[in-house]
Design a protein around this ligand. Sequence first.
Ligand SMILES: [Fe+2]
Ligand SMILES: [Fe+2]
Length: 398
Amino acid sequence: MRTFKITERITYIGVNDRRTTLFENNWPIPYGVSYNSYLIKDKKNVLIDTVEYGSDGEFLDKIESLLGGKALDYLVVNHMEPDHSGMIKSVLAKYPAVKLIGNSKTFELLEKYYGVDKESFMCINDGDELSIGEGTLKFAAVPWVHWPETMVTLDLKDLVLFTCDAFGSYGTLDGGIFDSDYNMDEILIPEMRRYYSNIVSKYSQMVTRAINKLSGVEFKVIAPSHGVVWKEAPARVVGLYADWAAHKSEEGVVIVYASMYGNTANLADRLGAMLHNAGVKNIRTYDVSKTHVSYILSDILRFKGLLLGSCAYNTYMHPMMEHLCNEIKIMSPKNKVMGIFGTSGWNGAGAKAIAKFAQEQNINTVLPIVEALGAPTESKISATAQEFVNNFSKAVKE
Ligand SMILES: [Fe+2]
Ligand SMILES: [Fe+2]
């Protein structure tokens, strides 16, 4: 049975999911994802969150085996999204006396999702403490990280902070579960950034608020419900999340284009080369019709410059670029330097539509827009493109 001890009292009982192709039926997870759950054994036995329904046939067996015939007293519901709450009904069926711990908003969702009644529920408030024997649990509300009911739970004895989605990541835990078991920079930090940009970024203000709230809290281990348990360097993950939430970015430019017949793609590559010649580092260029927006958003979060280009399509931008723009709107990146380019047969509709989008989103746009009717030949674009590259490279390096 796959379990790992975090401390004498606390055991990891999570699961790896490599079967799901798209997380939330939207985001590709080539490295899979883990749903982490934890069991605290004390005078009162406590389960911290569950796993997605059906993701682990052994989940209940793990609990039973670890409890060794003792009762499960509490189930802390830090977050109600079904990737963590999916096994609540099964846990209740096996341990009918278990009390589900959450706040008033948690209960509303428990009722709606699983028909849980009040008798099974223990309502706590922000800052409440609960003695479970040798240890005490302390609860802190962190609303909108990433649903309204989300909270974190601190085990005051072992100083393990259970944070659910906060400080989470895509990527399974292959072998060990701790940060010290991995070269984090290889796969898991990039996957964490992608997870943040896809799932959490919209709530960055709330993330900053939550980090500020936790700044005075002493903890040794961060145990999220996706990704590694941070035992060696918990400050690192807090720092990464704080930087992403503050929209800090690196020098670099993400160029994304939508092109039907290659003209806008050609312009994208030429602008990339011109930016390189102007001394801009870290240029990443994507065809939005090919690379999933999940990866593009991760680089948009990472780099300061954003250059969007589209052909005209039914007097608007290309539908795949429209999809990206919608995701950018949800992600709400700040402090970006944006540029626009496009090609069209007669009316420049693609670039115009992107410009309107940037204006609506209050994204700082560097002019001029680089446009061509038909093929973007040197004589059509060179003067405008050079002026744009001069302005844009200066703004990105500032
Ligand atoms: Fe969530
Ligand atoms: Fe989650």
